[in-house]
Design a protein around this ligand. Structure first.
Ligand code: ADP
Ligand code: MG
Length: 647
């Protein structure tokens, strides 16, 4: 008897399992499947990404529903369209021998009437994202009053995305006596709250932190000044010429910006975030899967469904404010038995989060040094040598060889090698020969440094701020960068925040007489430096104000970048005002000449510049052929600077 048969699964499912090549149940499957088959119970199951949760609820659901009936009996809620489609496909696959099974995916961004029609045909199982689901229930296109099983998949992620209210409303249309199965990679307070609220005496299952790939992932971090973040990223890419990576940023704006910089600098990069149309996102994912894009810069939400194997590096360009998110991010690598590296580029204000993450992942981070310019040159030289060695000769050049030989006949083999390498290498060398050390020593970053000032400001929750929006607001007003403001702590009628001492004058000057909607905003220096309030902002973020109302960082503005000139007293929608981009980033991008000005990539084999068309995903297919194009004809510093805004 197969191991899956021992769990109690029936023949038609076992046949599908065999087709899929599953031989042994994963931990979570072994624990969940027998329980769910045996009794009608609620369940809370805690297991990391990649542990096979879909099958853990999918098989029992398929076995328990009545396929002869056309009534909707099972509902699976999942956070994103990508996951929704992924789960739908998996379930269809599991149920391929269940004759008459109809599984329908319900998600935003696609025709609602098509989905309604599919459901009308009789869907025993619906897999849905909460937003669209709520919508369709509201329009009476879906009836879930008879469901027996409801799965909340990736519950932590759904709550992060602000779906709490949608979920509550959806469940209010479902019968009380259904079974609810909650699956989550992490168990923040919001998830246990939801478990308490919607479940009765659930069976609890925890799979000991074992992501199928987790053992294969090493965790590294680099300590740099915030302003050197991008340069450090470039060095990591240059030091790993075969890198195939996902780079995570906090916001859509940063995601777009980093991708643009990389593209300008000649890397094959692209952005993936919620401001792109579905079609654009599909194109980006397609070229990433094809390896035409080496560096995919993504927001957490957009990257949620990425199931690409062979990702060599996950790079946390910025850590998320939710440290739990790190687990999801690093789970993108080390899949399918491969090894992977999860990297954090940490600035002063982030280094302390590293320790918090170590507790969650129960693994130590290795502190690494950002490679020096010369180390990178060496790597690149050998990469080039190996590439030459492995290159297949293109006989289309045969016809030209006599003339080429003539041009080069005076050189010996040694001289030729030197020249070939110089062609490719000099740009790198010139770029990196004076490159400075980007590393910041750990000692410089001690928490105890007195280099920080804490401010009191008389605006807060009652003015509709949460810590994130207040930080954005201050950042813009003061033209400071993301990392210049920290420990933002929002109370009901006032708040606190910190900057380095060097910004004290700027802050105090700016708020000397500043009004917001006709009210005087005052800032005072607080005696408390904010030390020992660790985690304050992480906690705030999770609360219903920060977390749910704003629907997570990913959905926040970004479209209104240009009208950011309003400051005091502007009556209009303050939200626009807060979310617009300050010029801080532009300054950072344009000004700090040296490292920004790219060396194009010298390893011509990859798609290099072709990425610049694709980055925006709007170029149709024509740009996708660029595999053999090279960027070496792109002179250093020729970046299309005009594209950057100068406002
Ligand atoms: P999770 O939802 O926990 O992140 P998935 O359900 O998406 O994980 O499963 C991850 C991958 O592992 C999928 O490609 C799935 O087909 C595969 N998988 C699931 N169970 C098994 C198993 N028992 N043996 C081999 N592969 C499995
Ligand atoms: Mg899953």
């Amino acid at each position: 008897m197969s191991k899956f048969a021992e769990l109690g699964l029936e023949e038609n499912l076992l046949k599908a399992i065999e087709d899929m090549g599953f031989t042994t149940p994963s931990d979570v499957q072994e624990k969940a499947i027998p329980v769910l088959l045996e009794k009608d119970t609620d369940m809370v199951s805690l297991a990391q990404t990649g542990t096979g949760k879909t099958a853990a609820f999918g098989f029992p659901m398929l076995q328990k529903i009545d396929i002869g009936s056309r009534t909707t009996q099972g509902l699976i809620l999942s956070p994103t369209r990508e996951l929704c489609l992924q789960i739908t496909n998996e379930i269809k696959n599991y149920g391929k021998y269940c004759k008459g099974l109809n599984v329908v995916a319900v998600y935003g961004g696609a025709s609602i009437s098509d989905q309604a029609r599919d459901i009308k045909k009789g869907a025993q199982i619906i897999v849905a994202t909460p937003g669209r689901m709520k919508d369709m229930i509201g329009r009476r296109m879906i009836d879930i009053s008879k469901i027996e099983y409801c799965v909340l998949d990736e519950a932590d992620e759904m709550l992060n995305m602000g779906f709490y209210e949608d979920i509550t409303e959806i469940l209010s249309y479902s019968p009380d006596d259904k079974s609810t199965w909650l699956f989550s990679a992490t168990m923040p307070r919001e998830v246990s709250n939801i478990a308490k609220k919607f479940m009765y005496d659930p069976v609890e299952i925890t799979v000991g932190g074992k992501n199928m790939g987790a053992e294969n992932v090493s965790h590294e971090y680099y300590l740099v000044n915030a302003r050197d973040r991008y340069n450090a990223l470039k060095r990591l890419a240059d030091a790993n010429p075969s890198i195939f990576s996902v780079i995570f940023c906090r916001t859509k704006r940063d995601t777009q910006k980093v991708a643009e910089l990389l593209i300008e600098d000649g890397y094959s990069a692209a952005a993936l975030h919620g401001d792109l149309s579905q079609n654009q996102r599909d194109l980006v994912m397609k070229s990433f899967r094809n390896r035409q894009i080496q560096m995919l810069v993504a927001t957490d939400v957009a990257a949620r469904g990425i199931d690409v194997d062979d990702i060599t590096h996950v790079i946390n360009y910025q850590l998320s404010d939710e440290i739990e998110t790190y687990t999801h991010r690093s789970g993108r690598t080390g899949r399918a038995g491969k090894t992977g590296i999860s990297i954090v580029i940490a600035s002063k204000s982030e280094s302390r989060k590293i320790h918090a993450i170590e507790k969650i992942i129960q693994k130590k981070f290795i502190l690494k040094e950002v490679p020096s310019g010369m180390e990178i040159c060496e790597v690149q030289l050998f990469h080039l040598a190996n590439k030459i060695k492995q290159t297949e000769i293109n006989h289309d050049i045969d016809a030209y060889l006599p003339n080429i030989n003539e041009v080069l006949e005076e050189f010996s083999k040694e001289e030729l090698i030197k020249k070939v390498f110089s062609v490719e290498f000099t740009r790198f060398y010139n770029y990196y020969k004076k490159a400075k050390d980007l590393n910041v020593s750990a000692g410089d970053m001690s928490e105890g440094s007195k280099d920080t000032v804490r401010y009191f400001i008389n605006i807060g929750g009652k003015d509709d701020f949460d810590w994130m929006s207040l930080k954005d607001f201050l950042k813009e007003m003061l033209h400071l960068d993301q990392d210049d403001l920290y420990k933002v702590d929002v109370k009901e009628s006032f708040s606190f925040f910190n900057t380095d001492t060097k910004h004290q004058e700027l802050v105090m000057d700016f708020f000397k007489d500043f009004e917001l909607e006709g009210r005087r905003v005052s800032v005072e220096i607080s005696k408390d430096t904010g030390r020992g309030k660790r985690g304050g902002r992480d906690r705030d973020r999770g609360g219903s104000r920060g977390g749910f109302k704003s629907r997570g960082g990913d959905r926040r503005g970004g479209g209104d970048r240009r009208d950011n000139k309003r400051s005091s007293g502007s009556g209009g929608d303050r939200r626009d005002n807060r979310r617009s981009s300050g010029s801080g980033d532009d300054r950072r991008g344009g000004g700090s000449g040296d490292d920004r000005r790219g060396v194009g990539r010298s390893d011509g084999g990859r798609s290099d510049r072709a990425g610049s068309d694709r980055g925006r995903g709007d170029s149709g297919n024509s740009g996708f052929k660029g595999r053999s194009r090279r960027s070496s004809d792109k002179p250093a510093g020729s970046g299309t600077g005009g594209r950057r805004r100068r406002d």
